[in-house]
Write a protein that binds this ligand. Structure first.
Ligand code: GLN
Length: 515
């Protein structure tokens, strides 16, 4: 606790939190601003077909979450947070600016730079937040909730600003603004270092390895060379994304091998905690696979089958971030208050409730089928309320997951295990693509969610029956596809979440004293 007291404090949290808050806010500003333009840029400017564009988008969206394993591992081994985060930020800023060059090679190189850069930036800035709190400090969950608010301020404003610039004045202005956002983020981070708010935290973790020379080159230079060599490799994977499934296998076996290695050298308590982290990550795969419908099938549902008011389909994506910004402070207070009266639920319960709420959110979308109008459109209230409920789920799940990774991980592997947590987003995006494809059955073939156990329950919730809709027009069949899939995944997520709450006492035991 002494170390804690010696850190400079602001608004009841370590001052460093606010520098990381603004650095991450601007990094996410660049990340989501560029992402909001990407699919439109490919289909309208590069004139790629929908299928090719979806393939590239999904490969990019998932691969940005695979590199954190490597970036986290390198930071743990010797590079430390400060240097890794700066390297990642520079690579990403380069990526955004290279997107402004109008050739296919520049396009793929830019995406690959973003993929590699994110690997150094994202896990390490998240682990750095955890490092600001000592073990057992009750403020950790609130700290991560504040940090999460920064993420979403960036994610909320940038699609509006970069989208407006990109579409009104030209794509490259939009991408350029994203690049500037990244530079601002880097500037915040460096000023935190300059002002000494991180103290001696986040420095090189192993000076012997750091100073070691291999073929006459210091290891930090080798990391930069390695990162640059990885760029053409990722560019090729994004371009030939039909082979991404092999990467999924490779990553799965590679990660399993490292996990076994960490497990074998861990103490009894660390072994239990590691198992809990793997359990949270597995739940995360389901969480993100459902959640990430937002940018794909849910946006198309909004466009085709929702009576939109005030917002267009693409803008409806910003509702989630806007709700997070509204909810973050109340949640921070809630966790602090519940801790004070000793009633803060343990993290296995919170994680379970997160899944339950995402499930309920999707059931709300699903139930909208009961209230369609003659054009097979439903009220926007379903969309807004469903997003609100699944955002509540995100508040229970995502910041708490980040916080627990930093508390449950053996000290030597925090960032690698943060990479493991982000791997759930990699798998999530991968499976989200497969789920989204189930909604594109306009001809009305049955999907997995309208057969077997789902056959009797799904139509009861959606109010739509295939035999009735197929005699109507394509819009009705399309609505039927959306609401059936949303209901099906809602039911699965809700059930898994309830099960997770039920077994939470057993999981808690494996955490050896951590809540
Ligand atoms: N929206 C959050 C962020 O951008 C969560 C991302 C994730 O873990 N998939 O950090």
């Amino acid at each position: 606790m002494q170390n804690q007291a010696s850190q400079q404090q602001l608004l009841g949290h370590p001052k460093g939190l606010f520098y990381l808050f603004f650095a991450e806010l601007w990094e996410r500003f660049s990340f989501y601003g560029m992402r909001a333009l990407l699919i439109l840029y490919m289909t309208q400017h590069l004139l790629y077909s929908d299928d090719i564009s979806f393939g590239i988008y999904a490969a990019y969206g998932s691969l940005v979450y695979v590199t954190p394993l490597i970036g986290g591992f390198i930071a743990d081994k010797f590079l430390g947070f400060k240097k890794s985060i700066q390297l990642g930020g520079i690579l990403m800023a380069l990526g955004h600016f290279i997107l402004a060059i109008d050739t296919p090679i520049a396009f793929y190189a830019a995406l690959a730079l973003l993929i590699v850069g994110n690997g150094f930036f994202k896990p390490n800035i998240s682990s750095f937040v955890g490092k600001l709190y000592e073990e057992g400090d009750d403020r950790r969950d609130s700290g991560f909730t504040i940090f999460y608010m920064g993420i979403n301020i960036g994610g909320w404003l940038s699609p509006i600003l970069c989208g407006w610039l990109g579409i009104t004045y030209g794509w490259h202005y939009g991408f350029g603004l994203a690049g500037i956002g990244m530079l601002v983020g880097l500037w915040f981070f460096r000023s935190g270092i300059k002002n000494g708010v991180f103290g001696d935290k986040g420095g090189v973790t192993n000076t012997a390895i750091y100073n070691k020379k291999i073929v006459g080159l210091k290891s930090n230079i080798l990391v930069i060379i390695g990162a640059l060599l990885a760029v053409p490799l990722f560019a090729l994977i994004v371009k030939f994304n039909e082979f991404e499934q092999y990467i999924v296998w490779l990553v799965s076996f590679g990660t399993l091998a490292v996990l076994v290695y960490i497990y074998l050298q861990s103490s009894k308590a660390d072994k239990g905690r590691l198992l809990v982290l793997v359990y949270f990550t597995l739940l995360g795969c389901l969480f993100w696979a459902v959640f990430e419908q937002a940018g794909s099938s849910l946006t198309l549902f909004a466009k085709r089958n929702v009576n939109l008011k005030f917002l267009n389909a693409s803008q409806s994506n910003s509702l989630n971030s806007a709700f997070i910004v509204l909810l973050a402070l109340p949640f921070t207070w809630l966790w602090a208050y519940l801790s004070k009266i000793n009633k803060n639920p343990n993290s296995p319960i919170k994680i379970g409730l997160g899944l339950v709420l995402v499930g309920v959110g999707f059931l709300i979308f699903g139930s909208s089928g009961n209230f369609m109008d003659a054009n097979a459109k439903v009220s926007m209230l379903f969309l807004v309320f469903g997003v609100f409920i699944y955002t509540l789920g995100e508040m229970f799940f995502s910041p708490i997951g980040l916080s627990k990774v930093t508390e449950l991980s053996p000290k030597k592997f925090v960032s690698f295990l943060m990479g493991l947590w982000f791997l759930s987003s990699f798998y999530g995006h991968f499976f989200a693509g497969k789920i989204a494809k189930l909604t594109s059955v306009v001809s009305g073939e049955e999907s997995v969610f309208t057969q077997g156990v789902f056959a009797s329950i799904v139509p009861k919730i959606t109010g739509l029956d295939y035999n009735a809709v197929r005699s109507l027009d394509a819009a009705h069949v399309q609505l039927y596809s959306y609401v059936s899939v949303f209901t099906g995944i809602g039911l699965v997520t809700l059930s898994v979440g309830l099960f997770a709450v039920l077994i939470s006492p057993f999981i808690k035991k494996l955490m050896f004293g951590i809540k």
